[in-house]
Design a protein around this ligand. Structure first.
Ligand code: THU
Length: 160
């Protein structure tokens, strides 16, 4: 038996340490929170995508009385972008969340299903998708979705 270890790299940044482009993307994610329909959880999430051509596409979580019919902000944004501009790679995604009181202190953590969908974008466009997770205490920056989801299932796993 050999014991193996996985290490992941990510940055914890303060607002002042971000580039203008990243600040803009996070601002869009925070604004997208207003479009959340979170009638059941009262947990409002916004996501903003930086498309390769510079466009920004936003999404917000959309809930439903039949709970599984709802969708997270990240997937709402990604599926909107894919439907409108399938030729555009997605360079980055920013996510922000607001509970009943305020934006979260700690960076929001995307669910497993959203990580899987984000990973598919890396596979589809053959490039890394940067992930910016906003919290009022600071921002986590991942250079690739793979760092958020080791041992992920991708197309290649069906071939070898
Ligand atoms: N949610 C998101 O939209 N994104 C996340 O990263 C985590 C959770 C939504 C789903 C649901 O509408 C609410 O937050 C509570 O789980």
């Amino acid at each position: 038996m050999s014991k193996l270890k996985i290490e992941i790299d990510y940055d914890f940044c303060q607002w002042s340490e971000l580039t203008e482009q990243d600040k803009q993307l996070i601002k869009h994610a925070k604004e997208a929170v207003r479009n959340s329909y979170a009638n059941y959880s009262h947990f409002h999430v916004g996501a903003a995508l930086q498309l390769h051509d510079g466009r920004i596409v936003i999404g917000a979580n959309q809930e439903n009385a039949a709970f599984p019919s709802g969708l997270c902000a990240e997937r709402a944004a990604i599926f909107a972008a894919q439907s409108q501009a399938p030729e555009q790679a997605i360079d980055a995604i920013a996510v922000a969340a607001h509970n009943e009181e305020a934006f979260l202190n700690d960076p929001i953590s995307p669910c497993g299903a959203c990580r899987q969908v984000m990973l598919e974008m890396e596979d589809r466009y053959k490039q890394n998708l940067r992930v910016l997770l906003y919290g009022t205490a600071g921002i986590y920056v991942f250079k690739s979705v793979k760092d958020l989801m080791p041992f992920a299932f991708v197309d290649e796993n069906m071939r070898k």
